[in-house]
Design a protein. Structure first.
Length: 107
């Protein structure tokens, strides 16, 4: 499994609208591709203009197999709908080597 990690700077007064449109446009589109597992949206309580998107993919190969033209089209739809300034401040990729260990409740 791999993680696509994206960080954006979005004006705090536009943040909720950004998050909603991201879910409606980007998440809905990504769910249609093979290998998509899940997506989380994180808000940094120390920096309210920072939005972190954490996307889980089955493998790097299925993630990178998405045609660039399709990603560009989705991005254009998002930008037309949001129509406000925002900036990508980080883009990273992580490989999950060990899954989280949780506690079990006593029987």
């Amino acid at each position: 499994m791999v993680i696509e990690w994206l960080e954006f700077q979005v004006p705090v007064e536009e943040r909720e609208r950004y998050v909603q449109l991201d879910d409606q446009i980007w998440t809905s589109a990504l769910q249609q591709y093979p290998g998509f597992i899940s997506k989380e949206t994180w808000i940094d309580p120390q920096d309210l203009e920072r939005v972190v998107l954490v996307i889980h993919w089955q493998s790097r190969e299925v993630w990178k197999a998405i045609p660039e033209a399709e990603l560009t089209e989705i991005e254009q739809r998002f930008d037309a709908a949001f129509d406000r300034p925002y900036q990508m401040i980080a883009s990273r990729e992580f490989q999950i080597r060990r899954f989280p260990v949780g506690s079990t409740s006593p029987s």
